[in-house]
Design a protein around this ligand. Structure first.
Ligand code: ASP
Length: 440
């Protein structure tokens, strides 16, 4: 059994957290490859080391002196080094290199990546295992995307040389020869790449929550946790705003069926959430998760006999494409077609889009409605359960939520409903109550 364990920033924010992580690793022999993030927040209102580094970069790029900023960052690491009692270990030379680089040729990605790099060095010293620099084993291509082929080969070769190792998250080797980072939260992706390369049995992703919850706890008080979720369900939920894991983190492991187990560093006794390819485990509820976002607009296009006009849909979508706007959903009726778009992207160009629709598709009318929120109700159990829609809509009716749009994906994995922005929270609470119960 071989496990890759990734620890998020809050799990490594100070020496006390580091010790918990050390214990978790020692508790299980199979936790062989460790992927650390940079130190995160120690308390609410604190600043993540990555943000401190980005601040230092911004100052250096404007030609300002960053001595104080770097000293504050170094203090964060020194606190950890001292708290762990690491003798004969110092990051002094590393900070000298960073200071020189910032003074001579400030680079954003390089600077941001040092949070993980330095934390990885501490972790390797603390666990007394080799350190593998992600710069030597993760590669990006010309477009700035992961070069999967080269990365897999180099990473595998490096891991084969070490039974145990620490590989810092978040960055790799850009095509131009400089350090390049993933987008924020990208250490999750590194963990997934390491798991794929060493053909791990499990990718454990340790964070500060005990996995995914059925609904956002800021909306539903004390929601129940999700024990099992499939990669596809997770895609739907994270697209709709549920965030625990970086969106791209599932791709490398999904490809080879390695399950991801989300765990809580502060509550290692909790089983967390399993993200899997497929499962025969009966979900506790028909609905696996509920997530949503505010800030959408609908563009309702009406044209008599639309259904018999070949190419009408294409012309309408062409209008959106010409204006550089992507659409989210497209429910349609006999003589109507509705395009759901992000308000932020759409509103500045609305008149341009309307005239393009008129020019290209010659509709009878175009009507825009704003302030729409979308709620995704996701569940692999929905396909085989009858009465799901009935339950969903009677719950919403009871809560006096007016449903403006319905879109059920053909996968029967999700139902998307559109409601007014102001009804967003009540809609989520009503759906939760219908499927899980227990909401005041
Ligand atoms: N430290 C980086 C960030 O704050 C990457 C990570 O934590 O995954 O986004």
């Amino acid at each position: 059994m071989k496990k890759v364990v990734k620890f998020g920033g809050s799990s490594l924010a100070n020496a006390e957290q580091f010790k918990k992580v050390g214990q978790i690793i020692h508790d299980d022999e199979s936790r062989v490859y460790v992927v650390p993030s940079a130190p995160g927040k120690r308390f609410s209102g604190d600043t993540k080391v990555t943000d401190m580094l980005l601040q230092a970069y911004a100052m250096a790029a404007e030609g300002q002196d960053v001595t104080e900023q770097l000293a504050a960052i170094k203090a964060r690491y020194d606190e950890i080094i001292e708290g762990l009692g690491l003798k004969n270990f110092t990051l002094e030379p590393d900070f000298a290199v960073i200071a020189k680089q910032l003074a001579e040729d400030p680079q954003k990605d390089y600077t941001a990546s040092r949070g993980e790099y330095l934390n990885g060095k501490i972790m390797a010293a603390y666990l007394d295992v080799p350190f593998i620099d992600a710069f030597d084993v993760i590669f990006f291509n010309d477009e700035g995307n992961l070069n999967t082929y080269k990365t897999e080969r180099q990473m595998r070769a490096a891991l084969e040389e070490h039974e145990r190792a620490v590989i810092p998250g978040f960055y790799g080797h850009g095509k131009d020869g400089n350090v390049k980072t993933f987008s924020r939260g990208g250490s999750d992706v590194t963990g997934s790449i390491v798991a794929q390369a060493c053909k791990a049995d499990i990718y454990e992703n340790w964070t500060d929550v005990s996995g995914f919850l059925v609904a956002d706890p800021r909306i539903v008080a004390d929601p129940v946790g999700i024990k099992f979720i499939t990669y596809r369900e997770l895609r739907e939920l994270s697209y709709m705003g549920a965030s625990v894991l970086h969106e791209d983190a599932i791709f490398p492991v999904r490809h080879c069926g390695i399950p991801i187990n989300i765990r809580n560093t502060n509550r290692p006794q909790d089983v967390g959430t399993w993200i899997v390819e497929s499962t025969g485990q009966k979900p506790d509820y028909v609905v696996t998760g509920i997530a949503g976002k505010k800030g959408f607009c609908t563009v309702l296009i009406h044209k008599s006999m639309m259904n018999s006009e070949v190419g009408f849909g294409r012309k309408v979508l062409q209008a959106f494409e010409d204006c550089g706007i992507s659409f989210e959903h497209m429910p349609s009726g006999i003589d109507t077609m509705t395009i759901v778009v992000h308000s932020e992207e759409f509103l500045p160009k609305e008149q341009q889009v309307i005239s393009a629709i008129h020019r290209l598709a010659k509709p009878d009318s175009v009507e825009i409605e704003s302030d729409l929120a979308l709620v995704a109700v996701v569940g692999r159990g929905m396909r085989s359960a009858s009465g799901t829609a009935g339950k969903l809509f009677s719950g919403l009716a009871e809560a006096k939520v007016n449903v403006r749009m319905i879109d059920q994906g053909s996968s029967e994995l999700n139902i998307i409903i559109g409601v007014k922005n102001r009804d967003f929270e009540s809609a989520i609470r009503a759906i939760y109550k219908s499927f899980v119960g227990g909401v005041q």
